[in-house]
Design a protein around this ligand. Structure first.
Ligand code: 5GP
Ligand code: ZN
Length: 110
């Protein structure tokens, strides 16, 4: 727990969120400002600031959670994104994967 971290507060239920899925290591909830019909955030329960700080076990646990989540929801086509660093659009410094689906997605992103 990092005391001033928004997503740690969501993990600790100090701030409400719409939880979608959970396993031993990871938590999934709806993004408050969705950019597609499905826009979920997958986070480790342990605090890491960004993808740069993730160890290999935590990295694979997040990927595994994305696999479980999309299987459970029957999502076959989706985009998973880790924005890393403010210039790349990271605004919350608790690592998270966006899982975006439910419409045609353009490439490249802006
Ligand atoms: P980033 O910009 O760091 O890649 O992604 C952070 C995401 O967190 C954004 O898409 C933003 O909409 C979402 N977000 C910010 N504050 C909250 C919140 O309080 N609750 C939820 N559920 N999502 C949030
Ligand atoms: Zn945190």
């Amino acid at each position: 727990m990092t005391s001033n971290c928004l997503f740690c507060k969501i993990i600790n239920k100090e701030i409400p969120a719409e939880f979608i899925y959970e396993n031993e290591n990871s938590l999934v909830f709806k993004d408050i400002n969705p950019v597609a019909p499905t826009h979920l955030l997958v986070i480790p329960k342990k605090h890491f600031s960004s993808l740069k700080d993730l160890d290999s076990i935590s990295s694979s646990q997040i990927i595994q959670c994305i696999q479980e989540l999309t299987s459970k929801l029957g999502i076959t086509d989706f985009r998973s994104v880790f924005n890393t660093g403010a210039k790349a659009g990271q605004s919350v410094f608790h690592v998270h994967a966006h899982v975006i689906a439910g419409r045609e997605l353009d490439w490249p992103p802006g």
